[in-house]
Design a protein around this ligand. Structure first.
Ligand code: PLZ
Length: 444
């Protein structure tokens, strides 16, 4: 397989004629509930480029929603997964186990925050990991209530829909949802009403008051939070918020679950975003970047908590598939060898520098935020009122797509343009993508 040239190339309309033909077949055969940001059919992908079936090469600022951090065809992932494929594709770890699963669990124990004894259980999707984190926390505490936060996102299964904040498109029409789920405010620094110096501790005090008065700390099995909220809008809780919530959980025998499915594995310039304020979670859920594109997810945590579920209480047919585990070992090898935490920090420096300069020129940019290669701009109609501007966000994304730059949006209000480039993207491509964004502002 020849290496994919790391160059943007637009040779047809986007989507091109072959993509349009495939789109017609897709419409006839695939449920319309499965959407796509950009109906461009992929032929190859690698580095910072996605090549479509019409020969267009798009700059990738999405990484398949924060998955292909090491690239979509990283050498170590392909090498290890190919070797595993040739040996065996599946035996079901609950039937006859295999070393790859154990090796991934050992790596998770090494890499996740905290120097205590840790264990893991492996699954296929982030939502499945979150579901099992709740099962484990309930088994350990013998309590039922689960607390989550405004703007949080945790998946599309029944329980994780209950945990997720935004109704459309994730929850609308799919209820009833699982009970014993409670939602409290998060310190949305850009929008939190108090001053930035107090937003974190003050918001935590409000959330803790609600948990104590409306749920009862003694009834809470788990608190689940994303250290950097992803689908809700790349919200970094104001400083002081996470430590206060973590302390409240510790003081009240509540399992603190960090959902690092989007923010984990070097995405924010650290192995895990928890590290930024020294948070050591009791459980951590991971997926996405863990395996270079192969489907793998995990719950990792304090051994005594992870062992609370009775034998046979955790599992699933494909959980910790051997090929996905091989991919994970390849992805982790790549993260270490290329020092992708440093790469993510450099991406942050370049992107924030350019986007902050753009904010000086375009006053619909209300906020530039994020860490590492998890960066976003929040678009508003008016910086004074901070009124969300979803229309401009959609128009900007469309303008970028037409120029061969794949960007994604997010946010409760649909007004956040998020940037999730592969951590292996070249700096020239990164800057070329930023050029396209800047030009798009002049055209909307
Ligand atoms: C923090 C956090 N927890 C859990 C999940 C869920 O992970 P799954 O692998 O998509 O189930 C996510 C997945 N985020 C992208 C969802 C995309 C979409 O479905 O529209 C996440 O970001």
């Amino acid at each position: 397989m020849t290496a994919l040239p790391q160059e943007r190339r637009v040779v047809t309309a986007i989507p091109g004629p072959k993509s349009q033909e495939l789109q017609a077949r897709r419409t006839a055969a695939v449920a319309q509930g499965v959407g796509s940001v950009l109906p461009v059919f992929t032929a190859r992908a690698g580095g910072g480029i996605i090549e479509d079936v019409d020969g267009n090469r798009l700059i990738d600022f999405g990484s398949g929603i924060a998955v292909t951090s090491v690239g979509a065809s990283a050498e170590a992932v392909v090498r290890r997964a190919s070797a595993q494929l040739a040996d065996f594709t599946h035996t079901c770890f609950m039937v006859t186990p295999y070393e790859g699963y154990v090796a991934v669990a050992e790596a998770l124990a090494e890499l996740t925050p905290g120097d205590h004894a840790k264990k893991s259980a492996l699954f296929n999707s982030g939502a499945e990991a979150v579901e099992n984190a709740v099962k484990i926390a309930r088994a350990y505490t013998r309590r039922q209530a689960v607390v989550v936060f405004d703007h949080g996102y945790h998946g599309r299964t029944n329980l994780t829909m209950a945990l997720t904040a935004k109704n459309m498109p994730y929850k609308h029409g799919f209820g009833p949802f699982a009970p014993e789920v409670y939602r409290v405010p998060v310190a949305y620094g850009y929008r939190w009403p108090t001053g930035p110096e107090n937003a974190g501790p003050e918001a935590a005090a409000q959330a803790i008051d609600q948990m104590s008065k409306q749920v009862g700390a003694e009834n809470i099995a788990a608190v689940i939070i994303e250290p950097v909220l992803g689908e809700g809008g790349f919200i970094e809780p104001a400083k002081g918020f996470l430590p206060a919530i973590s302390k409240f959980a510790k003081d009240n025998g509540i399992v603190f679950v960090a959902d690092e499915i989007q923010s984990g594995f070097c995405r924010t310039g650290q192995w895990f975003a928890c590290e930024d304020e020294g948070i050591v979670p009791d459980l951590i859920t991971t997926a996405k970047g863990i395996a270079g594109g192969l489907p793998l997810a995990a719950v990792t945590g304090r051994a005594e908590i992870m062992d609370a579920a009775h034998t046979g209480g955790l599992g699933g047919t494909y959980g910790g598939n051997p090929v996905a585990c091989a991919g994970a070992l390849g992805a982790i090898e790549t993260m270490k060898e290329l020092d992708l935490n440093a790469r993510a920090k450099r991406i942050e420096e370049v992107m924030k520098g350019r986007l902050t300069a753009m904010a000086e020129k375009f006053d619909i940019i209300g906020d530039v935020r994020g860490r590492g290669a998890m960066i976003a701009i929040e678009l508003v109609k008016d910086r004074g009122t901070k009124e969300p501007n979803p229309e401009a966000t959609a128009a900007l994304a469309k303008a970028c797509h037409q120029e061969g730059l794949l960007v994604l949006t997010c946010g409760t209000y649909g007004n956040v343009l998020r940037f999730l480039p592969p951590l292996v993207i070249g700096e020239d491509l990164l800057n070329e993508g930023l050029d396209i964004i800047e030009q798009a502002f002049t055209r909307i």
